[in-house]
Write a protein that binds this ligand. Structure first.
Ligand code: KG4
Ligand code: ZN
Length: 340
């Protein structure tokens, strides 16, 4: 028979997401964000995020079902993010998923947030080729992965950031530049009117002795802050557009250079770029240029599937169900610092 409709629930950070997927097809999804509530603090406040998930969990599930034209009784399996993420935030989603799975008498699957980000692209572009290189860039992660069969094989972690994630770098520098939170989209908008060659920001971890798959963004953040400080100290207005364009160029350069090099090194023909920063216009255009030059196929999911959402969790859940994976026990716990 047909495989079941999988409900995916995501609550690892400030987005509450619910999505419904069957056999690789997205049937409906909904996202609620507590982003506005964190804006005046300049970053996600864990306790506020957890409370917001409590309020949003049931409504987003209902909205996803309504969009799909389905009811609760159509749900045949539940997948939920168990980590990594904020502990309190994760616990709300996991509790909701357990309650639904228990009440509906359907299996529960605990999934890794990053595997969800990778799976997001399958909803738009179909099954992933084996192998592929995945660059995950968000507010919490900057990782290069070697992915085989998502449902069966362990993901190989090629490298990570030593310090800040790329999205965190955008968010923190945006603050210094006086741009609104979240900083990534604000930097992207401001950069449209700027010159990417105006400021020669460093390209961290690209030296001959640096690990080719490891990133570092705290030095770039500091360089941007110093540049802004020099203008302020001299009483000059800050050329925000030039600063934003130059910062974006530096981040996009490092990310795409390493990702394409990983494809070449491992003889992989497909690069997938996922996570919130994959929404960045320069990351996208430079990835396109460099992949085309290297003969690599580039896959980037649409913006709405790049940022945290429930559809991506449903997507990995659907892959697990169809691969015959073992469901999680109903007492499964969250794993805030889950390794891959
Ligand atoms: O994947 P995501 O929604 O959440 C996690 O961090 O897991 O990613 C959010 C991050 C934030 O740091 C945000 O500033 C960044 O993605 N972001 C962007 C853009 N849109 C979102 N960064 C640069 N350019 C963008 N257009
Ligand atoms: Zn994420």
């Amino acid at each position: 028979g047909r495989s079941p409709v999988v409900l995916g629930i995501e609550s690892s950070c400030d987005e509450t997401g619910a999505g419904l997927v069957r056999e690789g097809r997205l049937l409906g999804h909904a996202v609620a964000s507590s982003m506005d509530e964190h804006a005046r603090f300049g970053g996600v406040v864990p306790e506020i995020a957890a409370r917001a998930h409590v309020h949003a969990a049931t409504p987003v599930v209902r909205r996803a079902l309504a969009e799909a034209g389905l009811t609760m009784s159509d749900i045949g399996a539940v997948a939920v993010t168990t980590g990594p993420g904020l502990s309190g935030a994760l616990q709300v989603g996991v509790a909701a998923a357990k309650g639904l799975a228990y009440a509906l008498g359907v299996p529960l699957y605990g999934v890794h947030h990053l595997a969800g980000h990778v799976a997001a692209d399958t909803l738009e572009h179909g099954p992933l080729p084996d192998p592929c290189v995945v660059l995950i860039v968000s507010g919490g992660h900057t990782s290069l992965l070697l992915v085989r069969d998502l449902a069966r094989d362990p993901i190989v972690h090629l490298g990570d950031t030593l310090d800040d994630a790329a999205g965190e770098c955008f968010d923190k520098v945006a603050r210094v530049f006086g741009l609104p939170y979240p900083g990534g989209p604000a930097v992207d908008r401001a950069a449209r009117d700027g010159d990417p060659r105006a400021v020669a920001f460093p390209r961290p971890m690209t030296g001959p002795r640096d690990d080719p798959w490891t990133f570092s963004f705290s030095g770039l953040k500091t360089a941007a802050a110093r540049w802004a400080e020099r203008h302020r100290a001299a009483g000059r207005p800050l050329p925000v557009a030039d600063g934003a364009a130059s910062l974006q160029e530096a981040v996009a350069d490092v990310l795409t250079r390493k990702a394409v090099a990983a494809c070449t090194e491992y003889g992989v023909g497909t690069l997938v770029v996922v996570g919130g920063v994959a929404a960045n216009s320069r990351v996208r255009s430079l990835a396109e240029e460099r992949c085309a030059a290297a003969g690599i196929r580039l896959r980037v999911p649409p913006l709405r599937l790049c940022t945290d959402n429930g559809a991506m969790i449903a997507a990995i859940g659907d892959l697990l169900v169809r691969a015959g994976a073992e469901p999680a026990p109903l007492n499964v716990s969250v794993d805030p610092s889950a390794p891959l």
